[in-house]
Ligand binder design. Structure first.
Ligand SMILES: Cc1cc2nc3c(=O)[nH]c(=O)nc-3n(C[C@H](O)[C@H](O)[C@H](O)COP(=O)(O)O)c2cc1C
Length: 165
């Protein structure tokens, strides 16, 4: 597990091969096993492929344009148990990290990409999202040509504090 965490990288270049539904389902399932506030599971997942994916990519230049498949993780504001704490976004962040690790465990590439405020309204319109469903991040998933480079050493003792700052 620790090795999986340390070798995961953001993948920005993909082969032109869609990921199968079984793999996508398992990746989403991993997301659904993430912790969530009060076990509210305030997330929704939208699989994008083909023409709709192309239209999504055209709206979001921050996403690798070669992505053959992807999953839009949406915060379900209606499912939040603790009003005013924006917990749906925290739930989605936890789910997203699980999904990135699950994709990596399958030997697939993935990356967390932001949904910026600018194109958000158009994304909501494109995908017919109902009120309270807020696009949180988009996770392209696909095969990549070569294994990504190892991350430079990230452990930083200076960021660990014991019994106070
Ligand atoms: C909240 C968040 C938003 C991100 N948004 C983007 C994005 O829009 N486009 C992108 O190419 N990478 C995005 N990334 C990926 C980061 O750039 C990447 O995780 C970081 O550079 C570290 O590299 P690594 O994931 O390979 O360890 C995002 C990551 C996070 C956590």
């Amino acid at each position: 597990m620790i090795d999986l965490i340390k070798t995961r990288r953001s993948i920005r270049s993909y082969r032109d091969t869609e990921v199968g539904d079984d793999d996508l389902r398992e990746i989403i399932e991993a997301g659904m096993y993430a912790p969530s506030a009060g076990n509210e599971q305030a997330w929704q997942f939208i699989v994008l492929k083909g023409e709709i994916l192309k239209r999504y990519l055209a709206l979001n230049g921050n996403v690798p344009q070669s992505a053959p498949t992807g999953i839009l993780v949406c915060a379900d504001r209606n499912a939040e148990k603790y009003k005013g704490m924006n917990t749906s976004y925290l739930d989605c962040a936890a789910a997203t990290q699980n999904m990135l690790l699950a994709a990596h465990a399958k030997g697939l590439g993935a990356i967390w990409t932001a949904v910026f405020d600018g194109p958000k309204k158009e994304v909501i319109r494109l995908l017919n999202l109902p009120p309270g469903i807020d696009p949180f991040c988009f996770v392209p998933v696909g095969t990549y040509d070569k294994t990504a480079q190892e991350a430079p050493r990230r452990f930083d003792e200076a960021k660990i504090h014991r019994n106070g700052w």
